[in-house]
Design a protein around this ligand. Structure first.
Ligand SMILES: Cc1cc2nc3c(=O)[nH]c(=O)nc-3n(C[C@H](O)[C@H](O)[C@H](O)COP(=O)(O)OP(=O)(O)OC[C@H]3O[C@@H](n4cnc5c(N)ncnc54)[C@H](O)[C@@H]3O)c2cc1C
Ligand SMILES: NC(=O)c1ccc[n+]([C@@H]2O[C@H](COP(=O)([O-])OP(=O)(O)OC[C@H]3O[C@@H](n4cnc5c(N)ncnc54)[C@H](O)[C@@H]3O)[C@@H](O)[C@H]2O)c1
Length: 452
């Protein structure tokens, strides 16, 4: 017999988990369906454990910067405490009991298994039928995607999941894909003594960011001994003995491990989307400003294609909850989506890149300041690589995008995210007093360059 509830949430990524809890706390009856781990990719295989890896790698790098600046230091990498911290503190050995208990304590009915829409406002999980009076909220996220390269399917390659579960740093690592996952992982493992080469098909690292960001990262990587191969085509793969190989025509790159970080595919197959007029083969589910995808269907998170970040998933959750509860509020806006690549230097950015602004036919003016030339950057000295780049629309007199690359670039970004979000005028930003000597004071120099 079917069970009647108000809302069924399929997939409990960060947004789905949050929305299910909030809807239950608002008094609705909520069934939440999860096939793997409550909380999704972020706490178990993505943001949280990888940032623990980044933190540990950063400590090693800072220790290595002591000579010539503050005396002597000997640092030796050991992956064991990183692996232990991920297993014990971050993921509870990839056990979601605590998260599941938190959710059910809010009044949510947790249903373990794979959910499928079987009729409008109806979801079936292993034969259990759930009817949703108000509707269904989709938050099924993404899975790692591998390109169709000869032989790759048969190789024991890592994705982000195996990399996070690693109990030791490999001797050598090939990273296929120089996007966010690839560059974060490459630098982490390199700092733990792994010989790393990044292999990227596009002509630069971090293709979605300003070209200056990819160029900066390449310079830093090469200085740190990380191999960077861009604009290359992998024609095949092979395994000989313990070694994995990528073929670039006649050339062979070999390593103990291969990390495939070539992007993600949305978890839409088998969801029964055709029942509600949506396309399971699509790259994303189109949503309106209230996160509505179809009658009685809301979608949030990576599957909406509005930015594959935990903060976007959480933001959309709050918009969807409001819409489901029939509360007033502004439609979702993506003008000022912030993003941070947690390399050293950190690459923080918000809004449009220069190229994206030009593609939208906006009038564009840019201003740049180099961190090493700022007072704080000069004082900081070793490890001071970075820049601020502003993308302004001179007609509106506002910033439409910005990048803060450098030490704590993701934190400096906060000021720029406020500026883009609130549409602060560049005139007002110029009148601001910027504390001396901070990294964010370089924003003032970039504003001056905007005028030049
Ligand atoms: C290595 C890595 C590092 C990252 N670091 C960051 C970072 O630092 N900051 C940041 O903001 N973002 C980061 N991200 C992105 C971030 O992980 C995602 O944007 C975030 O998890 C939000 O995803 P989501 O809400 O769409 O759902 P997901 O987290 O993908 O979760 C979806 C859930 O739905 C479940 N599911 C799927 N289909 C079904 C079904 N039919 N029935 C039941 N359950 C189903 C899945 O099992 C999963 O638990 C990182 C990603 C990766 C890969
Ligand atoms: N710090 C963060 O917030 C953070 C960290 C990691 C991931 N994420 C999210 O996860 C998403 C996925 O990250 P990702 O790095 O897997 O994907 P991505 O799309 O950012 O990068 C994938 C890269 O792989 C390259 N590639 C694709 N096919 C290739 C091939 N055959 N050979 C060589 N290179 C190839 C692409 O050109 C691209 O540069 C990101 O877009 C981001 O939204 C966020």
């Amino acid at each position: 017999m079917a069970e009647d509830v108000d809302v069924v949430v399929i997939g409990l990524g960060p947004g789905g988990e949050d929305a299910a809890g909030r809807l239950a706390e608002a008094g609705l009856s909520v069934a939440a369906v999860e096939s793997r781990l409550v909380g999704g990719e972020c706490p178990y295989y993505a943001c949280v454990p990888t940032k623990m890896m980044v933190r540990a790698a950063g400590l090693l790098a800072e220790g290595g910067r002591v000579p010539g600046m503050a005396g002597s230091a000997t640092v030796g990498p050991d992956w064991a405490p990183v692996a232990k911290r991920i297993r014990v503190e971050a993921t509870d050995d990839w056990d979601d009991t605590a998260a599941a208990d938190r959710l059910t304590a809010k009044g949510v009915t947790l249903v373990r298994g794979r959910g499928r829409i079987t009729a409008p406002r109806e979801v079936t999980v292993d034969g259990r039928v759930l009817r949703a009076r108000r509707g269904v909220l989709l938050n099924t996220g993404t899975s790692p995607a591998a390109p169709p390269i000869d032989g790759l399917d048969g190789l024991p390659y890592w994705t982000n999941r195996e990399a996070v579960e690693a109990t030791e740093a490999p001797g050598s690592l090939l990273v296929l894909g120089g996007g966010v996952v690839g560059v974060e992982m490459a630098q982490v493992f390199s700092r733990f003594g792994t010989r790393v080469t990044v292999v990227e098909a596009g002509d630069r690292l971090l293709a979605n960011e300003e070209p200056e960001s990819g160029d900066l990262l390449r310079r830093v990587f090469e200085r740190e001994g990380i191999g960077v191969r861009t604009g290359v085509k992998v024609t095949g793969t092979s395994q000989e003995g313990g070694e994995l190989a990528l073929h670039l025509g006649d050339e062979r790159l070999t390593a103990d491990r291969l990390l495939v970080a070539t992007g993600r595919r949305p978890n839409l197959k088998g969801l029964g989307l055709d029942v509600v007029g949506l396309d399971e083969g699509a790259r994303q589910i189109p949503v309106d400003g209230g996160m509505r995808a179809a009658d009685g269907v809301w979608a949030i998170g990576d599957i909406t294609g509005k930015g594959a970040f935990t903060h976007v998933s959480m933001y959309q959750a709050s918009v969807a909850v409001r819409d489901i509860l029939g509360e007033e509020g502004p439609p979702a806006s993506y003008r000022a989506v912030p993003r941070v690549t947690f390399t050293d230097p950190e690459i923080g950015s918000v809004g449009l890149t220069e190229a994206q602004a030009r593609d939208q036919n906006l009038p564009v003016r840019t201003g740049t300041a180099q961190i090493p030339e700022s007072a704080r950057g000069w004082i900081h000295k070793v490890g001071n690589d970075g820049f601020i780049k502003l993308v302004a629309n001179p007609e509106w007199g506002t910033l439409v995008g910005a990048t803060a690359a450098g030490p704590s670039g993701g934190e400096v970004l906060g000021a720029l995210a406020v500026a883009v979000h609130t549409e602060a005028t560049t005139a007002a930003l110029r009148e601001m007093i910027y504390a001396y000597p901070t990294f964010h004071r370089a924003i003032e120099a970039a504003l001056a360059d905007l005028d030049a």
